[in-house]
Ligand binder design. Structure first.
Ligand SMILES: NC(=O)c1ccc[n+]([C@@H]2O[C@H](COP(=O)([O-])OP(=O)(O)OC[C@H]3O[C@@H](n4cnc5c(N)ncnc54)[C@H](OP(=O)(O)O)[C@@H]3O)[C@@H](O)[C@H]2O)c1
Length: 231
């Protein structure tokens, strides 16, 4: 635990991370954790004033964060890595609005394609998953990495040790490696989970965790990968 928290508060490789929809719950959690570990954060929003309000709130709680406000498109253009944290219903419209400025970048997609009110039932999109449809929309010039679907936003917004592992899917190993490092910087443990086709498994798992949270007297259920050595 001590080792994890030390890593959480310092990164050797600071990057500028643009969070589209960064004014929301997941975006705020990412901004706090990555900001505290030394990354520069851009809070993206459809409305610049809303992003500015979110930045002021973040700075009030952690004054030394490096965080600025921009509209989503400027954020996507400026960030080294771009993270999408908007509701599933607005994933495609948001990505379409920034598609041309994402070329050559990693797009981290945290979308869970839940279909209210039946959020405890797996209902993946016809493309197979939200991650897959993002990759198809953006094309091979953008490295889509799907991750963080199983981590509750209200845990991310605190300094608690997050025990749930992160499954990281994407077609490029080098992009998955960078996102695994970002998960570690945020105090989580992450695993290569294969190509973007496998994003379906992590996205679907969220509905199962919701069922478990309802059925048992635990909150924030999560997953942990276990196993012995190959020897
Ligand atoms: N909540 C969780 O525990 C959790 C955990 C893992 C993954 N996820 C996934 O992460 C994503 C974000 O979740 P969240 O709970 O942070 O969502 P949220 O707070 O409901 O919304 C995030 C942001 O999305 C933007 N947004 C809202 N309506 C929009 C629209 N019509 N078009 C474009 N942008 C819009 C808003 O930003 P602006 O108004 O500033 O533009 C909002 O602040 C979702 O896909 C969710 O499935 C959630």
């Amino acid at each position: 635990m001590r080792r994890l928290m030390k890593k959480f508060f310092s990164t050797n490789n600071p990057e500028t991370i643009a969070i589209l929809g960064g004014t929301g719950d997941v975006g705020t959690g990412f901004a706090l954790r990555w900001g505290k570990s030394g990354h520069k954060i851009i809070i993206g929003s459809r409305v610049r004033e809303k992003a500015e309000t979110a930045v002021a709130k973040l700075l009030k709680s952690v004054p030394n964060l490096s965080v600025v406000a921009m509209e989503n498109r400027a954020a996507a253009e400026t960030g080294d890595i771009v993270v999408l944290t908007v509701p599933a219903a607005h994933q495609i419209s948001t990505l379409t609005s920034v598609k041309d400025v994402l070329k050559g970048k990693i797009l981290v997609d945290a979308t869970v394609p839940l279909m209210p009110p039946k959020v405890g039932t797996v209902q993946l999109p016809t493309e197979g998953s939200a991650g897959k449809r993002a990759q198809e929309l953006l094309g091979d010039d953008v490295m889509v990495v799907s991750a963080f679907q199983n981590i509750a936003a209200n845990l991310m917004k605190t300094d608690v040790n997050i025990e749930c592992d992160v499954l990281v899917s994407g077609n490029k190993k080098v992009a998955r490696e960078r996102v695994i490092q970002l998960a570690e910087d945020a105090g989580m443990h992450a695993w290569h989970a294969g190509p973007i086709d496998n994003a379906a498994a992590a996205e679907a798992l969220t509905s199962i965790l919701i069922q478990i949270n309802k059925r048992y007297p635990i909150s924030h259920s999560g997953i942990k990968i276990v196993g012995g050595s190959h020897d």
